[in-house]
Design a protein around this ligand. Sequence first.
Ligand SMILES: [Zn+2]
Length: 736
Amino acid sequence: MRTFIHVCLLVLLISAGSKAKTIKLESDLLTVEIDEGTGRWVLLDKHSGTRWPSEGMAKPGSATWLEGDFVRIKTTNKKSVRLQNKNGIAVLFALVDEGKTFELSYEGKAEGSVRVLGDALAITDIEDGYAIVPCREGLLIPANSGKTFQRVFGTSDYEGCHMNMLGLIKAGSALIVTWDDAYVFAELKSTTPADKSYRQKLTASLELRRSAKSVRLTPLGKGDWNTIAAGYRRCAEKKGLAITLREKIRRNPHVELMVGAVDAKLWTCLARRMNEQSTKEESVKVHWTFDEAAQIAEHLRKDVGIERCLFMMGGWTEGGYDCRHPDNLPANPECGGNDALAAAVKRIQALDYVACLHDNVQDMYRDAKSWNPGYIEKRSDGSLITGGRWLGGRAYMVCAPKQLELAQRPQNLPAIKKLFAPWSYFIDTTYAVGPRECHDPNHPIGRNDDIAWKIRLSDYSREMFGIFGSECGREWALPHSDFFEGLVAVSGRYFHNLKPDDFGATVIPFFEMVYHDCQICYGKYGYAAERGAEFVAHHVLCARPLYYHSFPDHLYWKSTKNREREQTPIPDMACYTRSYNGWAEGMHPLDMFLKNTYEVLGPLHSATAHNTLSKLEFLTKDLTLRQATYGRGEDATRIIVNFGTKEAQVESTLGGKVTLPPWGFVIEGPRFAAFHARRWNGQEYGKGALFTLRAMGNKNMKEADRIRIFHAFGTETIKWKGGLYKVQREMVISVP
Ligand SMILES: [Zn+2]
């Protein structure tokens, strides 16, 4: 990390030439050369010696209003150059951010969008180029995959750019592109021409529409994805986005209970399905009464030993899940009504679990008491904008300022707070749906307004309940919320609709590299635990607790379905659901999986929650063996995960030569260690065993005289400091 401020040295040079003058903007980190007549430019990263573009010069942008020759006009700022064409459009080239960043912006009455950077930021396979896209956890897209594609990652859109940036690397030199406006649409395009010196070219271009008028390029010198994450974190801090969990805990002490907490969610206490028009009931079912919900929480705490939990309830509302929004009260009588829900919240929070109620103010249904087309977003022809077809019927999209207005009505959030007092509130879809536009003359909004209103809704809900979260997650929401549900993963996969393979991409925990210490994050949508080994491995690398959203109905653990599955296909995708010879043997399959994964991911998150992922490394050429280091120095936690389908050999400080099965891992931190391995510390474990070790009494692993050992499955013998211990479930050992 650079610890000193670079003093900007500005040199303006006019090169001698009869017509084309080259103007130079320079700091000690970068040089921008600009052709005065054409506005073409090139950026030199002085630390790495890399030019962007690699050859020739880049256009100032492509748009009809940018055509024609330019003449130089005055700027008040000596660190900038302003060129104007005959249309009266000016392009401003400026050094900002103490000379670290080059900003390109447009001034004047421009009709229509401009496309820029496609030429400047092209990277090829022979330059060993790759791009980083901040979509959910993050995509590493190499320029040598042989794949051709074209895809727009709109700002804050669903599976678009979830941070206002792109990262690019070529010839070992790193650069970030950043912007502020929600009308920026980034596009990645890969071509594989047959007639060039390179085999594949990857271009990143930005389309700037409406209010979007500027982009910034920050060259970072020699580096990789780690450099990009660190460089972007600096930008995020300057923008006030990197509000840390420590600050959020100061804001509301209950946030501390979210550190290392699982996300357990009863989606639909009452599930009522309505027809498309919301006029006819198609089915109605009570999955859990409020009393049963409280019993599940108590079971998780007392029988399964889950110490920290975000316990969320959906379908508590008057109509049942998703029905009749935004009119929630009273809590539905089918599940027990207001008093039973209040009692359940009290019992859940008596366990020090964070109780959370699931709500939605974006979707409105035709059978809602408050139904009024005046609230709904309009197209330019005045027609109403509809959303998805959910349990409540066809949803109509409430315009963002109206969402806040509805949430603030006395019968909405204020009454819910008064009746039930949960420590946390969740408003679905707020951070998932991309920025919206509305043409209702009474409440017209654009994409930036939509975000601004959703920020107000977040702040209002958070101030009302203390902790606030919403679906998926966007960078702009970080200062205004505490948790994201859906950022880490979706339905047992990395993404919802996006397929990383289409881009030849590897999913990397880029979000954790920039923001791990700033937010509580989970995945969303149910998944099959018995096919979830890679999914669990992904959560280990991200150091994120899992979410459990597929609870069977009622008091599920009392059912007879508690046999462990027999078959073990190779590779074993069901490995984390097993409890042979271990702690949860004989328990309900959900409890086995919950316990196995919680015992690893809960303490892992607690150990890393106040750090970022400071270094991500690929230990093999095929990128399947990955090492993530959270924090630095003595306090660092090192995680190695095998994403390959064959076993892998790694070296670790505590475990020596470790053999990892597919989706196995080894974790070593100052006070917590864990492994799912076939060999660890000289002990052989056949197909694999899972153990965790926690140092007791605030001492480091190496000095602790008491170690709590947990055993999930496999051979129950573990070696520690020359001693051999048999731990079938859990045990605190005294180390001589
Ligand atoms: Zn509107």
